[in-house]
Design a protein around this ligand. Structure first.
Ligand code: NAD
Ligand code: DAU
Length: 353
């Protein structure tokens, strides 16, 4: 039996990873530690919350005593670390909370793992989930590889770069068995509606303006979230200790072109004439320090571990739009704040540590 601590499992990507592991590996104990910040939503995991190989703990990765006691009580063998502050715009307004959670929280987890595994590191793994934003910004050509030098620009990417450096420092200094993966932009079900794709789907549905930063020419490489979860599964099981893997969709889009695809798709689902909602596009002031282009070379992961994305972008967007239209209540509970009551109803009287 493996005891796996997944941090940030109530968030967007984390919930897909938790669901995949709980369903696919009944012989693993999955312990989901999440602080339930504004981005954490236990409704994301409603379908698996009663499963016998799943435990939810509300807790903060910065809380040293709590993390130590979780390692001890659950005899943790591996960590898949996703908990983070994740939104670039929020990091521009409040860089300190990003340094606290992403840097100090990661350091705290590393220290707890190092202490708890000090007598036996055999078959242990600290797997850190990071971002392509640590590599900075590309011009019109080239791709980020695992060898690309770090060059973060936003407080978010600076905090993730710092956390990556701490993971490597623990690997080199204390021989902590660690792997890092750096992924491009994810999209799909359960993404918090502050990020481009869910925000715009919701606004198109409600005939609200679509705030395009700057010229809309910025480029992102999009990956369906379940494909990221499957990459995490492959890297967790087959990745080599000490290595870094880039994860991406081989799928670059200019923001404005992506937004037009979204408009067409939502219009079609709503039985409006395709393109009707283009009048909602509203160019606004650019994001400060807005990185021009991200694009991942994921060939190491493909060639060495055999992973490739499974979905074509058009199919992923269809599924995503359909999910948001069929789950309007999920979005409404976020916009009204009601989603945060779910913890009180479902979990508050259970004390798993
Ligand atoms: P998210 O914001 O949707 O979820 C983050 C989760 O972490 C939330 O459930 C939140 O409650 C939890 N959390 C925050 N602070 C915490 C703390 N102090 N202690 C415990 N839990 C805490 O983020 P996401 O988009 O799912 O991203 C998950 C991870 O993947 C992050 O590390 C992010 O940097 C990385 N990543 C994201 C993307 C993307 O496109 N979303 C791409 C590459 C990498
Ligand atoms: O590249 C991976 C990163 O992708 C992750 O590490 C981050 O956690 C994740 O949030 C995401 O960062 P981005 O800043 O690229 O994602 P976001 O959805 O915020 O923005 C995507 C692009 O759309 C970006 O160029 C900014 C632009 N944008 C975004 C919003 C929210 C707009 O033009 N208008 C908007 O309202």
């Amino acid at each position: 039996m493996k005891n796996i601590l997944i941090t940030g499992g109530a968030g967007f990507i984390g919930s897909h990873v938790v669901r995949l592991f709980v369903n696919k590996y009944p012989n693993y104990n999955i312990i989901n530690l999440d602080a339930l910040t504004y981005a954490g939503n236990l409704k994301n995991l409603k379908d698996i919350e009663e499963r016998s190989n799943y435990t939810f703990i509300k807790g903060d990765i910065c809380d040293t005593e709590q993390i130590r006691s979780i390692f001890l009580k659950y005899d943790i063998d591996a960590v898949i670390h996703l908990a983070a502050e994740s939104h670039v715009d929020r990091s521009i307004k409040d860089p300190f909370s990003f340094a606290k959670t992403n840097v100090l929280g990661t350091l705290n987890l590393l220290q707890a793992a190092k202490e708890y595994w000090s007598n036996n590191i055999k078959d242990k793994l600290f797997y850190h989930i990071s971002t392509d934003e640590v590599y900075g910004s590309l011009t019109d050509t080239g791709l980020f590889t695992e060898q690309t030098a770090y060059d973060p620009h936003s407080p978010y990417s600076a905090s993730k770069a710092s956390s990556d450096h701490f993971v490597r420092a623990f690997k080199d200094t204390y021989k902590l068995p660690a792997i890092i993966s750096n992924c491009s932009n994810n999209y799909g079900a359960y993404q918090f509606p502050e990020k481009l794709i869910p925000l715009f789907i919701n606004n198109i549905c409600n005939n609200k303006p679509l705030p395009v930063y700057g010229t809309g020419e910025n480029v992102r490489d999009w990956l369906y979230v379940e494909d990221h979860a499957s990459a995490i599964d492959v890297i967790f099981h087959k990745g080599e200790i000490g290595e870094t893997y880039n994860v991406g969709g081989f799928n670059e889009w200019k923001n404005i072109d992506l937004i037009k695809v979204l408009i067409k798709t939502v219009d079609r689902f709503l039985e409006r004439k395709e393109g009707t909602s283009e009048h909602l596009i509203s160019y606004i002031e650019d994001r400060a320090g807005h990185d021009y282009r991200y694009a991942i070379d994921a060939s190491k992961l493909k060639n060495e571990l055999g992973w490739s994305p499974s979905l074509q972008f058009e199919e992923g967007i269809e599924k995503t739009v359909q999910w948001y239209l069929e789950n309007k209540e999920w979005v409404e509970e976020i916009t009204t704040g009601k989603y945060q009551d779910y913890y009180k109803d479902m979990y508050a009287n259970k004390n798993p540590i």
